[in-house]
Design a protein around this ligand. Structure first.
Ligand SMILES: Nc1nc2c(ncn2[C@@H]2O[C@H](COP(=O)(O)OP(=O)(O)OP(=O)(O)O)[C@@H](O)[C@H]2O)c(=O)[nH]1
Ligand SMILES: [Mg+2]
Length: 225
């Protein structure tokens, strides 16, 4: 086998395994369970504290600036928002929880809404638990991570806003999170992320591709075409 042949072959298998995001569209918002989408398409869900960076992460992964609405005002996303990706599967942006300024009645509404979202949802393939890298996880963060663990939903813990810390501090925080979450079997990886400079975007997209089962062949990059 010549060296040339070997190289072409390696590239070929690499391309076939590279999952690509080709299109993304906002579909609908749900304010209660009657609005939840239940169809044959698979779902990836984004959850975390208000202001943690869920909507920014979605925009970064999709390479869209304003598809998911972001804001400095915590509690911006109060509805369950659905985005259709590659006309094949959904990103679901859940409302943020646990912000002090959000009234108790709103918080109770949040709890009911998210609980009913997880109940009986057999299309959930992967969850993103988003926690600000600068903070120690709150009780609510732990509860969310434990919920995915309980339902055996594979999850990635995203340590958001990585660009706000020095590399040394990122290392320290990552070690703390890994130690704290060591016994959570549903966690695939704990990944520092920046939606500002898209640090670790490719890594996260690859994991997404690995967890979707209904992918069409065209969703893989094939530069031979
Ligand atoms: N520097 C930096 N800022 C970020 C990053 N991700 C989000 N932010 C900022 O954090 C704030 C909140 O971001 P959102 O994406 O709206 O957060 P969210 O989790 O969707 O918030 P809710 O919808 O209120 O639950 C915004 O001002 C973002 O610009 C990041 O990776 N780096
Ligand atoms: Mg949001």
């Amino acid at each position: 086998m010549s060296e040339n042949y070997k190289v072409i072959n390696e590239n070929d298998s690499y391309n076939r395994n590279e999952f690509k995001i080709r299109s993304s569209d906002f579909i609908t918002s749900a304010s209660d369970r009657s609005g939840f989408i239940i169809d044959e398409k698979e779902q990836l869900v984004f959850a975390g504290r208000s202001n943690a960076g869920k909507s920014s992460l979605i925009n970064s992964l999709l390479n869209r600036k304003k598809l998911a609405k972001t804001s400095n005002t915590p509690g911006k996303t109060r509805l369950v928002n659905y985005f259709l990706i590659n006309e094949n599967f959904y990103f679901v942006d859940l409302p943020g929880y646990g912000y002090a300024s959000v009234p108790k009645t709103e918080r109770e509404k949040w709890r009911k809404l998210t609980e009913s979202f997880f109940e009986g949802n057999n299309k959930l393939r992967l969850a993103f638990s988003i926690v600000d890298i600068r903070h120690i996880p709150t009780e609510n963060d732990m509860m969310l991570i434990e919920t995915f663990d309980f339902f055996r939903i594979p999850q990635i813990v995203i340590l958001s806003k990585k660009d706000k810390l020095s590399n040394n501090k990122v290392f320290v925080q990552l070690r703390m999170f890994k130690k704290l979450l060591a016994d959570k079997n549903s966690i695939i990886d704990i990944i520092p992320y920046s939606s500002v400079n898209h640090f670790n975007r490719e890594k996260v997209i690859k994991i997404m591709g690995d967890h979707l089962t209904n992918l069409e062949l065209e969703e893989y990059d094939d530069r031979d075409k």
